[in-house]
Write a protein of this length. Structure first.
Ligand SMILES: [Fe+2]
Lengths: 132, 279
C-alpha cells in the first residue's frame, strides 16, 4: 500500500483512496441516514437494515456497538459517522470522547475543550507523541 | 459592472446553528461567542451585497463517495436547507443568482478552471450556518447566494495555491459581469479542529493566528501550506481553511481588516471569523 507523509500524524484518519475502498459501503450506509425513512427503518431493526449494505460483519458489529474508533479503523470517516450519533440524538462530543485516547465521557471532552482544547504540542507526529 | 465589495471568512460549526435554532444562545457556553457576533452582524447589516458567493463544503449531505466534485458551482434558482440527519434546519430557503452563477461557470472554464455544475443541491450547515452568523434569524435572507462547493473531505483536496488562484479567477469573472451589482465572497470552515480519531479535539491557536495574519498581510504565505501542514498543525478537519484562500484570492492585493473574532471552543473547534474590505 502506498504510504503518505500524513501517516505520521498520530490518532488521525484521513479519508483517502485506501479508506475510500475499505469503507465505501460502511460510509454509504451512514450517508443513507440523511433520509428520514431510512432512519426509521434502521431504528426498527438495526441489523436487518445493515444487512442491506454489502459491508463486512466486523463493520456491522462496530455500528451496533457504536464503537466509533473501530469504525474509523474499518474505513469510516467522521463526517459519515456523524450521521450515526445524530440518529442516536446525541451531541457529537459523545462520539469525539469515545474516539479519544484515553476515552472520555461527554463531560470530560467538553471540559477539555473549554480549557483550550487538546494541545497540539506533543501531538504533531507519532515520534513526538511517543506512540510510533 | 459588477463590483466585489468585501470578503468574510468564518467557521461553519453546526453547533452554532443548533444553538440558534434551539434558543440556547444566552447559555454561558454560547453567550461570549454570540456577543462577539454583534459587531460582525452590525457590519453585515450595513453591507448587504446583491449576491454573495459562499465557498463551503458539503459534509456527506448532498454529495458522497459515489459522486463528488473538487469544485462545483450552484446555478439553481434556489437551494433548500438539507436534512443532515436531524431534519432540515428551519431557516429560509437560499435564493440563487443563476445569471451571475452561469457567468462565473463560463468565465472560469474558459480561464482553465473546469467547474462542475449543479442545479439540484440541498445546502447543509457549511452554507446555512455562516448565513445565520451574518444575518441572525430573518424571515428571508437579505442577499442572493451562489454556492461554490469545494471538496475538503476526501484526499486529495485541491491545493491551497489552487484555491487562491480560483479566487483570482472568480474576481476576473466578477469584474467582467456587465450588470451593476455588488458582490460579496465568503470562505467558510476551520479554523483548527480535528473531529475524528484519538487526537479529536486538537486545536492550534498559534497556527490559526498566523493564518489570519497572513490573510491580511501576506496571503501568498497561506498558499504554500501543504495538505500535511494543515492535517498536522490544524487537525484533519482544519484543512477546510483552504476555502478561505478562495475568498482571499478574489480580493485586492491590499485589504483592510475590519473585524476579527477568535474563540475556543465551539464544539470541538477553534472558531474564527474575519471581515476584509478592499483597501
Ligand atoms: Fe465543515
Amino acid at each position: 500500500m502506498i504510504s503518505r507523509d500524513y501517516d505520521d500524524v498520530p490518532g488521525t484518519y484521513v479519508l483517502d483512496s485506501r479508506s475510500y475502498r475499505k469503507g465505501y459501503h460502511l460510509n454509504m450506509f451512514c450517508m443513507s441516514l440523511n433520509k428520514a425513512e431510512c432512519r426509521e427503518e434502521f431504528a426498527r431493526d438495526e441489523m436487518a437494515y445493515l444487512q442491506k449494505f454489502p459491508m463486512t460483519d466486523e463493520q456491522r458489529q462496530a455500528v451496533l456497538d457504536r464503537d466509533y474508533i473501530r469504525l474509523l479503523q474499518l474505513g469510516a470517516n467522521v463526517y459519515y459517522t456523524f450521521k450515526i450519533v445524530s440518529h442516536d440524538r446525541q451531541p457529537p462530543q459523545v462520539m469525539y470522547g469515545k474516539m479519544s485516547s484515553p476515552p472520555m465521557s461527554f463531560e470530560e471532552f467538553q471540559e477539555m475543550m473549554i480549557n483550550g482544547g487538546r494541545p497540539i504540542d506533543g501531538n504533531r507526529s507519532k515520534k513526538e507523541s511517543g506512540n510510533g | 459592472m459588477a463590483r466585489l465589495v468585501a470578503g468574510m471568512g468564518t467557521s461553519h460549526v453546526p453547533g452554532v446553528g443548533a444553538a440558534m435554532d434551539n434558543g440556547k444562545t444566552d447559555e454561558p457556553y454560547w453567550s461570549e461567542l454570540f456577543s462577539g457576533f454583534a459587531p460582525l452582524r452590525a457590519w453585515h447589516a450595513e453591507n448587504v451585497p446583491d449576491v454573495t458567493i459562499i465557498v463551503f463544503n458539503d459534509h456527506a449531505t448532498s454529495m458522497a463517495l459515489n459522486h463528488y466534485s473538487t469544485f462545483m458551482m450552484g446555478v439553481a434558482e434556489s437551494f433548500q436547507p438539507a436534512d443532515e440527519g436531524w431534519g432540515p434546519r428551519k431557516v429560509p430557503v437560499v435564493q440563487g443568482h443563476p445569471e451571475l452563477a452561469w457567468h462565473l461557470v463560463e468565465s472560469l472554464i474558459l480561464d482553465e478552471f473546469d467547474m462542475a455544475v449543479t442545479a439540484d443541491f440541498d445546502v447543509d450547515h457549511g452554507l446555512t450556518v455562516p448565513m445565520s452568523i451574518a444575518y441572525d434569524q430573518p424571515d428571508a435572507w437579505p442577499t442572493r447566494v451562489i454556492p461554490l462547493c469545494v471538496n475538503v473531505i476526501q484526499h486529495p483536496q485541491p491545493t491551497a495555491l489552487r484555491c487562491y488562484k480560483l479566487g483570482q479567477a472568480i474576481r476576473r469573472a466578477i469584474d467582467s459581469f456587465p450588470e451593476d451589482i455588488t458582490v460579496g465572497i465568503w470562505g467558510t470552515g476551520g479554523l483548527s479542529h480535528q473531529l475524528g480519531g484519538e487526537r479529536a479535539g486538537v486545536v492550534n491557536p498559534d497556527f490559526d493566528r498566523m493564518f489570519l495574519d497572513n490573510l491580511v498581510r501576506d496571503p501568498m504565505a497561506n498558499t504554500r501550506l501543504t495538505h500535511t501542514d494543515f492535517i498536522r498543525e490544524a487537525g484533519s478537519e482544519g484543512i477546510e481553511m483552504i476555502m478561505w484562500n478562495v475568498m482571499r484570492g478574489a480580493l485586492d492585493e491590499k485589504v483592510r481588516e475590519v473585524y476579527r473574532l477568535y474563540h475556543i471552543p465551539v464544539s470541538a473547534t477553534a472558531y474564527g471569523a474575519i471581515i476584509l474590505e478592499n483597501d
